[in-house]
Design a protein around this ligand. Structure first.
Ligand code: C2E
Ligand code: MG
Ligand code: MG
Length: 463
């Protein structure tokens, strides 16, 4: 049985008709699943239930107590790896055993409660409650115990809590919701816990909808590449463009990439979407070349997920050959996070691609944490300064930063582009600071490829 199925899924599709018979069947399926997948159903070091057994025990508890409301608390420790690395495995094990005992305490002392160790540093608890505050009190109590215990290394537990509204939610659904709540505060030192709320529920539904619709959208041609021109602010001429994906949904209209790209980066489908957009760009440039027109570079965005994409170089080289477009006309825009995800992988791939004449463009410069290190360790052909540089340019400090950052980037031999120029005043100040290229609504918004093509034809005639 599929782990993600809800209790309703199983019940609705079962051949039995009586409520009792259906629930029996559901529990049976869960039990078999637990037995098949989980030796004795317990985590070896701590003796807590493992996930499969937890789902079984939790579901049984919920089904047998239909009048109770249940909630799930999940807990994860930031940087648990560091405990093993700096203090040794023994200290790591001591810590996990202590934490497991904190959870077991509730399993033993609270009615209708079961605890589980999902992974080494990830625990959860399912419990019946009358008042949802009981759940936050449990989280606070466990956090206090961990804080007070004398470990050699201070760890940071984050908790996510989901209290069911009704008694029909499955334990795995409650755990998913609690995990979403927990992820919203991960790494935030002062946030102890987060409770799954309506905003998170809306976001989760939106993400589910994107996940459901995107495959068909790609097949039905709802995704398309828009191009935003890049200009030289001295001459006003278009010097290139950037391809930006747009989802034109038959009912919901234009959906911005900010809504769907993060979801696709989570499930990996961004790789397919990127390739689809790249192909449109290569085809566009290939056609221009066939028509004997001068080519301008159109950069393509390369998601950080490609750090794990072993086919990345082959895909790009093949596209360049298929459409007979020299690689230098499709600069690759990457953000720093692409290099952080799988450091060696991305550096190696960029080296191969640069050797094949692809240009590397650093996107959103100034928003990352280690931009200076990146500049030293990776040759960049183009650097796109993020619009945060110009959001308050009337501030003298901002002008100093922009001026010197531009001078530094130019001295490193990169082409510099200012992103997000919206006003004449910004244009003037950016020019004054020594940066002559820009991309922004003041000049052009992203537009369909045909419109961009028409602009280029006009410019070609004027030359
Ligand atoms: P980005 O690569 O930094 O792209 C520039 C974004 O700034 C675009 O947003 C563009 O519409 C917006 N922009 C341009 N000029 C202005 C301006 O003057 N003011 C303001 N406020 N915004 C301006 P968009 O198209 O919504 O894309 C957002 C981000 O989504 C992109 O940021 C990029 O990271 C990602 N993205 C877009 N298309 C693709 C794609 O095909 N593949 C991948 N992997 N990511 C993409
Ligand atoms: Mg970009
Ligand atoms: Mg950018």
């Amino acid at each position: 049985m599929d782990n993600n199925k809800t209790r309703e899924d199983v019940i609705n599709h079962s051949p039995q008709n009586t409520e009792e018979g259906r629930e029996e069947l559901y529990l049976d399926a869960l039990k078999r699943m637990a037995q098949q997948n989980a030796d004795d159903g317990r985590y070896r070091l701590t003796g807590l239930y493992n996930l499969k057994a937890f789902f079984y025990v939790g579901s049984e508890m919920m089904v047998k107590n239909p009048d109770s409301r249940f909630g799930v608390i999940v807990m994860d420790i930031s940087q648990f790896k560091a405990v093993n690395e700096f203090c040794g495995r023994k200290e790591g094990d001591r810590m996990l055993t202590f934490i497991a005992d904190c959870f077991r305490h509730y399993e033993d002392d609270r009615p209708l409660t079961c605890a589980c160790q999902v992974r080494a540093d990830n625990f959860c608890l399912c419990t019946a409650f009358e008042d949802a505050n009981e759940l936050t009190e449990i989280a606070v109590d466990i956090r206090r115990k961990i804080d007070e215990f004398p470990f050699a290394y201070r760890v940071l537990p984050s908790f996510g809590i989901c209290a069911s509204d009704d008694n029909h939610a499955s334990v795995s659904y409650l755990k998913d919701c609690a995990t979403i709540a927990m992820q919203s505060i991960k790494g935030k030192f002062f946030a102890e816990y987060a409770v799954f709320d309506d905003d998170m529920r809306k976001k989760m539904l939106q993400e589910k909808q994107v996940e459901n619709d995107i495959v068909a959208a790609l097949k039905n041609g709802e995704l398309t590449a828009y191009i935003q021109p890049k200009v030289n602010m001295h001459t006003g001429k278009i010097i290139g463009g950037e391809a930006l994906v747009r989802w034109i949904h038959p009912e919901r209209g234009l959906i911005s990439p900010g809504v769907f790209i993060p979801v696709l980066e989570k499930n990996g489908f961004i790789i397919n979407v990127d390739q689809y957009i790249w192909e449109q760009v290569f085809a566009f440039l290939g056609k221009m070349k066939q028509e004997g027109r001068p080519l301008l570079p159109i950069s393509i965005n390369v998601s950080r997920v490609h750090a794990y994409d072993k086919q990345l170089c082959d895909t790009l080289i093949q596209l360049s050959e298929k459409y007979d477009v020299p690689a230098e006309y499709t600069p690759l825009e990457l953000t720093e996070s692409a290099f952080l995800a799988d450091e060696t992988g991305m550096y190696q791939r960029m080296k191969i691609l640069r050797d094949k004449s692809f240009k590397i463009s650093m996107d959103d410069f100034g928003t990352g944490y280690s931009s200076m290190y990146m500049l030293k360790s990776q040759t960049m052909d183009e650097i796109k300064m993020d619009r945060i540089f110009i959001l308050d340019l009337e501030n003298e400090k901002s002008q100093i930063i922009l001026k010197h950052a531009t001078a530094m980037l130019l001295a490193l031999g990169a082409k510099v582009i200012m992103e997000g120029v919206e006003t004449e005043e910004q244009k003037r100040l950016v020019l004054e600071c020594g940066c002559e290229n820009a991309q922004g609504f003041l000049f052009y918004k992203p537009m369909p490829m045909e419109e961009f093509d028409a602009l280029l034809r006009k410019q070609e005639q004027e030359q």
